[in-house]
Ligand binder design. Structure first.
Ligand code: ADP
Ligand code: MG
Length: 550
């Protein structure tokens, strides 16, 4: 086959496919244009997951008659004029590709009218060629009707998921848009059914309520912080509303929903002391960062973002979330059903009252142990039940972490050594991460072939199930493929200390209880075990009295 230059039509369709991957991308571009046009009310209507119909109506500026055709020309934009402008863009769109791309792969009608215009205009374009252009009666603002997306690019069409899945993507997008723009009223209609309405009153909490409902809204902690590198505003969920996946970690950078490893990681790390494994927080956070400190990659679909000062940003976010979580309802109450809610509020202050260690020694009375597992303590007018296993686990964990951080692992010699026989992938994972094992206090030597000899184990961990633990860490390394991060390392350590911790169900002499409690209370967060489970619960004297109807 001879080399040929593609005709313009084909080139356009290929380019369009890169910008517009699926119906959701159309909705995204049209909403962003509406926001850029100053709209404070946006309605999105779709049918068949957006495949047969997408209608986006805004009450923004509208488009001047003489600009209408230009708006559909590739790289025509009213938003930047030269490359430097990219660094300080505050508008959402800036490449001037969206309308041209959407028009190339659909049958599109647009109605638009500016405030000063006597009448509106209609523009019809199909597969990139103009079909109609003229005056039309319409309200201020702009409406796009996009029909039969990808009707002329069957390969793209085939690649789409079911209508339900595509509608799901769009619904997610609109939720993010509504959360990032609480001053804009959003309405979403799917198959003639209203799915979401936000009032646009500027209150993020109201938007959260509209999207996620009552349970989440009742368990939010506000954040509002000005730091050197950024300002952070919004809400974070209390650990009690932890979710099973990362889909509830919402954050926005200068009004854009953009994924950033730095931010995700900082948020998750700050939560980790309060979270069980494989649980993730709920957040809606708005970051404002000076545009000069951000580098946005201009690739059409993958919005990549880099920050000039990542370390500082990480620290600021981590601290902001950490500080907000600290001292807030870390001890669950055993509350009576009827006054649970008022009780919950009071409980928040409880932690301030025990000023931990010092007060602990003088004022806490150990009453005894129940079910060979829970210690009963009295402090002031409150009674505490402490889970022995969780408390021990927490103490071991903290000791261990301290050691890892100080880079002085204590090793206990194993005699005779343990011999491991590993598969290819396991060997590779072990060899690549041998320094992590050393940091933990393990001594592992190659024995030739697939055999490895474990001659030392971390001294802090009681020597039980050693082989099981090492294999578990290696499995985790294999699963993760990507190099293990400090966070996953800590997670592993948590698992290990959990296993090593004395199991509930064995009696402990009182001095030992006292020592452990003292160590526990000296920790920054004594109230949760490394997996986020509570180490203690509280029952106040008042509650007991209520129960006895006194
Ligand atoms: P970009 O948003 O990157 O500039 P688009 O192709 O999305 O490129 O839009 C081209 C131009 O059309 C915009 O710069 C803007 O001037 C105009 N435009 C698009 N949508 C709207 C709208 N809803 N209201 C007003 N003007 C719009
Ligand atoms: Mg745009």
């Amino acid at each position: 086959m001879s080399i040929q230059i593609l005709d313009a039509d084909t080139v356009n369709k290929i380019a369009a496919g890169e910008v517009i991957e699926r119906p959701m991308a159309v909705v995204k571009e049209l909403i962003e244009n509406a926001i850029d046009a100053g709209a404070n009310s946006i309605t999105v209507e779709i049918k068949d997951g957006g495949k047969s119909l997408i209608r986006v109506t805004d009450n923004g500026s509208g488009i001047d008659e003489e600009d209408i055709k230009l708006a559909f020309v590739s790289h025509a934009t009213s938003k930047i004029t030269k490359l430097q402008d990219l660094l300080s863009v505050s508008t959402l769109g800036f490449r001037g590709e969206a309308l041209a791309s959407i028009a190339a792969v659909s049958q599109l009608e647009m109605f638009t009218r500016t405030k000063n215009s006597l009448n509106g205009y209609m523009y019809v374009i199909e597969g990139g060629s103009e079909k109609k252009c003229g005056a039309a009666g319409c309200p201020d603002g702009t409406t796009f009707v996009v029909r039969n997306l990808f009707y002329n690019t069957p390969a793209r069409l085939k690649f789409l998921k079911t209508s339900q899945t595509e509608a799901g993507y769009i619904s997610n997008l609109i939720e993010h848009m509504a959360l990032s723009h609480p001053k804009i009223s959003f309405r979403f209609i799917n198959q003639n059914q209203p799915k979401l309405f936000t009032s646009g009153n500027g209150n993020i909490k109201d938007v959260i309520y509209n999207i996620y409902g009552r349970d989440i809204t009742l368990n939010l902690l506000p954040i509002s912080i000005v730091k050197g590198s950024c300002t952070i505003n919004g809400f974070i969920g209390k650990p009690v509303i932890a979710r099973g996946n990362r889909g509830y970690i919402n954050y926005f950078i200068n009004g854009r929903f953009i994924k950033s490893h730095i931010i995700s990681h900082a948020v998750e790390e700050a939560y980790s002391p309060y979270m069980m494994q494989h649980k993730y927080p709920f957040t809606v956070l708005h970051f404002n960062i000076m545009p000069q400190l951000i580098d946005i990659n201009v690739h059409p679909q993958k919005m990549e973002i880099r920050f000039t000062n990542e370390k500082e940003l990480y620290k600021d976010i981590y601290n902001a979330v950490s500080e907000t979580l600290k001292y807030k309802e870390l001890i669950p109450d055993v509350a009576l059903q009827q006054d649970k809610e008022t009780f919950r509020e009071n409980a928040t202050y409880m932690v301030h009252n025990i000023k931990q260690e010092t007060l602990f020694e003088t004022n806490v009375k150990i009453i005894g142990q129940v079910f060979s597992t829970y210690w009963i303590l009295q402090y002031g007018s409150d009674m505490f039940l402490v889970d022995q296993h969780a408390a021990h686990e927490k103490v071991l964990y903290e000791r261990f972490i301290k050691q890892i951080e100080s880079n002085t692992p204590l090793t206990q010699i194993l005699a005779p050594p343990l011999v491991l026989s590993l598969s290819m992938t396991e060997r590779q994972a072990l060899e690549e991460n041998i320094s992590i094992f050393e940091k933990l206090g393990y001594c592992i030597e190659s024995f030739g072939g697939r055999e490895y000899m474990v001659t030392g184990v971390p001294a802090q961990l009681p020597n039980i199930a050693t082989q099981e633990l090492i294999i578990e860490i290696i499995d985790n390394l294999v699963d993760n493929k990507i190099n293990i991060t400090p966070a996953t390392l800590i997670e592993r350590v948590a698992t290990m200390s959990c296993k090593a911790a004395i199991k509930g169900g064995s009696d402990l002499p009182e001095e030992q209880i006292h020592e452990l409690l003292k160590e526990l209370m000296s920790l920054e967060n004594p109230y949760n075990c490394p997996h986020g489970r509570p180490t203690m619960i509280k029952i106040s004297q008042k509650e007991l009295e209520n129960k006895f109807k006194r």
